[in-house]
Design a protein around this ligand. Structure first.
Ligand code: CTP
Ligand code: MG
Length: 380
């Protein structure tokens, strides 16, 4: 049977290194692309199919901020959240509180993650879980060091270049069999060690063997204002590229514009029609200069309309020889490029086909799939 995986998110810190005299709000509640950092972090973890429950450790004074941060999560993600747990005055103590809260929740593995790392990816989670499944006592997301490293020997003394071939920057998540890491934390607390800044250091102290899982430098921790600014740029790009599905809460789409397209084609002599990029054998074809894909033409018109950029006839006139028998997905891809140049993306398409023949029903799913693929959106 597949092992159960829980995530433990530590969010009880105060973010002192980012605080200014005017703004002391902890970094995990600062906004990134319009949503709290913690919302991004929880959203990715909760979306992952292997993670079945999540416990978040918060500062007792942050209950309202926490409630606001989880309010934007879709219901199916909220179902994975266990009640939040009050943290301690060091990260290690906060993790320990979270581990204790998972006791009796039948979890085999736990991924311990900083709330302040909102760019954790499915690839990282998959490789950590895979490492545990192969029998390791701990798995660490870590990135290679890209910069040449220098050791200073003091003023006026020569610099020393450090061999970086075996050096890694430790990140989170850090993943462990639940029982092993709970035991290690209990042992550290019993000898009054509360100063481990991450869980693999504590695990190493407990002689556990940790496997490195190569991660992306993009999974950085927000520590300073420069990190928060970098995160804002990264979040905007990701939000723009993220596929939107029916499950995407509309509240996360900040500027919604709608276009309506309409097209009519007569029949002509032929053997097939093309609808939404799908060829359907028929006793006639649709008359037109291009492949006469009436469905894609209407979608392209709607796409151009949503950004106030004219219509399909204006950009691809029937008089132009280069569009003769052209596949109409080219028109739609051109319209989509115009949308993305303006910082937009397509969230949803609704199409109605009015015709007596051919029968659309048997081809409906293929047409949906083809439109989703051409328009780079999810089918759901
Ligand atoms: N953390 C925690 N409990 C603490 C301290 C830290 O849950 N007592 C969490 C933070 O919320 C953060 C993660 O551990 O998600 C990593 O810690 P760090 O980057 O040091 O965050 P802060 O302690 O909040 O920041 P600073 O050290 O600048 O105050
Ligand atoms: Mg700290």
């Amino acid at each position: 049977m597949a092992k159960t995986v829980a995530a433990l998110v530590v969010a009880a810190g105060r973010g002192a290194r980012l605080a200014t005299p005017d703004n002391k709000q902890p970094k995990q509640y600062r906004l990134l692309a319009g949503r709290p950092v913690l919302t991004h972090t929880l959203n990715t973890l909760a979306k992952h199919p292997r993670i079945s429950r999540i416990v978040t450790v918060i500062h007792p004074g942050d209950t309202n901020l926490y409630r606001d941060a989880i309010a934007a999560l879709p219901t199916e993600h909220l179902k994975k959240l266990l009640p939040e747990v009050p943290g301690g005055d060091t990260r290690q103590k906060s993790v320990f509180e979270g581990l204790r809260a998972l006791s009796g929740k039948s979890c085999d593995y736990v991924l311990i993650h900083d709330a302040a790392r909102p760019f954790v990816t499915f690839d990282i989670i998959d490789s950590l879980v895979h490492s545990l499944e192969s029998g390791t006592e701990g798995a660490l997301a870590a990135s290679r060091i890209a910069d040449t490293l220098k050791r200073s020997q003091g003023n006026g003394k020569p610099l020393v270049t450090v061999d970086r071939s075996n050096l890694w920057a430790a990140q989170t998540p850090q993943a462990f069999p639940y029982r092993l890491i709970l035991d290690a934390h209990e042992k550290a607390a019993s000898v009054n060690r509360h100063d481990f800044t991450d869980d693999t250091s504590l695990a190493e102290w407990n002689k556990m063997t940790i496997q490195l899982c190569e991660s992306d430098p993009g999974n950085f921790k927000i520590t300073t204002m420069a990190d928060l600014n970098r995160a804002e740029r990264q979040a905007k790009i990701l939000t723009m590229n993220e596929q939107v599905s029916a499950a995407t809460p509309l509240s996360t789409l900040q500027d919604i514009r709608t276009g309506i397209g309409y097209d009519v084609h007569a029949f002509d002599e032929g053997e097939k029609v093309v609808l939404g990029g799908v060829e359907i054998p028929h006793t006639r074809k649709l008359k037109g200069h291009s492949d006469a894909d009436v469905v894609l033409h209407a979608i392209t018109d709607a796409t151009l309309g949503a950004i106030g950029c004219g219509d399909i006839g204006q950009h691809f006139p029937p008089s132009a020889p280069q569009w003769k028998e052209a596949s109409s997905d080219r028109f739609q891809r051109d319209a989509m490029r115009r949308v993305s140049d303006l910082g937009g993306r397509i969230a949803h398409i609704d199409v109605t086909i009015v015709c007596e023949e051919p029968k659309i029903g048997p081809h409906r799913d293929r047409i949906r799939k083809s439109i989703a693929q051409i328009c780079d959106i999810s089918e759901a």
